[in-house]
Design a binder for this molecule. Structure first.
Ligand code: FAD
Ligand code: AMP
Length: 480
């Protein structure tokens, strides 16, 4: 087969593999270069961070540990007498690995079915839309393409006070591989990843302390929602300390001694394991030849326009290596947009309608603007909220913490923000995404019939509450 392609994608994470499949579906001759090698040192692994060490394995552990926690603490109040509940960490990990294997193998199957050529090796963009691939034995080969899509993803940020040692001080990947439950677990960073991984091990019995440098908990989340979530996390026993900046970590006699500073001054803490989850950086190591024509912005992200075009003709970039939230579905949406643009269509990602989820219990999910953002922008808005405590299905499910909050434009009633903390928030938020994509008003949702009894009735009631018309809770219409 000739080494010239219509499209070469570098990276087979949710940005890259989705772009490659879509490009092939649109009739373009497509190859995808991926360097990830399995533990056998030979076979290629597709799926990127998301499938291998991110979204999927973390959710596999979160689902199991949530069930374990319910069985250990909540069953009795529901009349279930599960007298001895125990956890088999090795089996939990084996199950997680099985799910990962099934999904990554599935992508190899999808590549075959769609006619995507998979190339195993490290890809480097050269000048003039050429891609040099170095295989695992160090041999190089150069391919040509009409279009190149860069999708090399991101890596955990490592900070000087706490360098990873792979055993005691670990990144998110290491935290998905503990072989036993650490007695005392420290987590640096109360962002999405820190909260999710902290929850996994807390549910299994770890004493978890999360140190967060910022004073506000989850500053990007609507603060009414964030405060509600914080209250519930603390009740579960997560020790979350905000305004606490970690300044050093040292391993001595199998313990991690952490120093940090908070409003009271210098503090110390001892942990059996420390997870450093202070963010991720775009991964462009060895990706670009000096004369590739692609430039980076001041934070190291590949510079692209709204359609993911780089400054080099015919070169595009998607996913975690470009601006915007580091989320798998955002990466995939960009991948589809780019493939379709290459094929001559004119799609556009709606960056205002990308849902965000924190898969803790309760889950936190949102789309659109927070009250704080709208206030700062000087927008006039109305708010409707509805607590799960007043929802019959939530009571039946023993999950009454949290609320749905809808924010609508004061003049047009168009929905500007949709926020949920509570059971199934990750599923409920899709209703807000659809409503906002279709330009709905709060009244449109209020006029819609929702099945009874469902958690989604809380969306209906919150929409009714925007105009002060909720049925199952006293209305406190809040006009700004
Ligand atoms: P990646 O998935 O990082 O894939 C990039 C791929 O490119 C990798 O396979 C890499 O090996 C390959 N590569 C890099 N350089 C080269 C090169 N030069 N040549 C060849 N191959 C190369 N997001 C969500 O939306 N939901 C979640 O629940 C969620 N949970 C997460 C949990 C954790 C613990 C972590 C770490 C992340 C989570 N994320 C989640 C984020 C999500 O994983 C990323 O946003 C997503 O994987 C980004 O996709 P991507 O295709 O841009 O990059
Ligand atoms: P995210 O970027 O969402 O993954 O969140 C990472 C979090 O880590 C942010 O909220 C940062 O404020 C926090 N953080 C970064 N450095 C430190 C540090 N040295 N000590 C404590 N928290 C930190």
């Amino acid at each position: 087969m000739s080494d010239k392609y219509d499209v070469i994608v570098i990276g087979a994470g949710p940005g890259g593999y989705v772009a490659a499949i879509k490009a092939a579906q649109l009739g373009l001759k497509t190859a995808c270069v991926e360097s990830w090698t399995a533990e056998d040192g030979k076979s290629q692994v597709l799926g990127g961070t998301c499938l291998n060490v991110g979204c999927i394995p973390s959710k596999a552990l979160l689902e199991v540990t949530h069930k374990y926690e319910e069985a250990s603490h909540d069953y009795e109040s529901m009349g279930i007498l599960a007298k001895s509940v125990d956890i088999d960490v090795a089996k939990m990990m084996e199950r997680k690995a099985g799910i990962v294997k099934q999904l990554t193998g599935g992508i190899a199957g999808l590549f075959k079915a769609n006619g995507v050529t998979s190339i195993h090796g490290h890809g480097k963009l050269l000048n003039g839309r050429k891609v040099e691939v170095t295989d695992k034995d160090g041999k190089t080969k150069t391919y040509e393409a009409e279009n190149v899509i860069l999708a090399s993803g991101s890596k955990p940020v490592e900070i000087p006070p706490a360098p990873f040692d792979g055993e005691y001080i670990v990144d998110s990947e290491g935290a998905l591989e503990f072989t036993e439950v650490p007695k005392r677990l420290g987590v640096i960073g109360a962002g999405v990843i820190g909260l999710e991984l902290g929850s996994v091990w807390a549910r299994l019995g770890s004493e978890v302390t999360i140190l967060e440098a910022q004073d506000n908990f989850l500053p990007v989340v609507d603060q009414q929602i964030a405060k509600d979530a914080l209250k519930q996390f603390k009740k579960q026993g997560l020790n979350i300390i905000t305004g606490a900046r970690m300044t050093g970590a040292e391993v001595k006699r199998k313990l991690v001694n952490v120093s940090y500073e908070d409003s009271k001054g210098k503090q110390e803490a001892k942990f059996d394991k420390l997870i450093v989850a202070v963010g991720r950086r775009p991964y462009t190591d060895g990706l670009l030849a000096e004369d590739s024509g692609v430039s980076l912005d001041e934070r190291g992200f590949i510079f692209v326009d709204d359609q993911c075009k780089t400054e080099a003709p015919g070169v595009w970039a998607v996913g975690d290596i470009v601006r915007g939230p580091m989320l798998a579905h955002k990466a995939s949406e960009e991948g589809v947009m780019v493939a379709e643009r290459i094929a001559g269509h004119k799609p556009q990602v709606n960056y205002d309608c990308i849902p965000n989820v924190i898969y803790t219990a309760p889950e936190v999910a949102w789309v659109g603007k927070t009250e704080e953002q709208l206030k700062a922008e000087g927008e006039e808005y109305n708010v409707g909220t509805f607590p799960f405590a007043a929802n019959g299905r939530a009571m039946a499910a023993n999950a009454t913490g949290g609320l749905v909050k809808i924010i609508a434009d004061a003049k047009t009633d168009r929905i500007l923000g949709f926020h949920v903390v509570g059971p199934q928030a990750s599923e409920i938020v899709a209703q807000g995404v659809i409503a906002m994509e279709f330009g709905s008003t709060a009244e449109d949702l209020a006029l819609t019939c929702f099945a009874h009894p469902t958690l989604s009735e809380s969306v209906h009631e919150a929409a009714l509450a925007v105009a002060g018309g909720a049925i199952h809770v006293a209305n406190r219409r809040k006009k700004k």
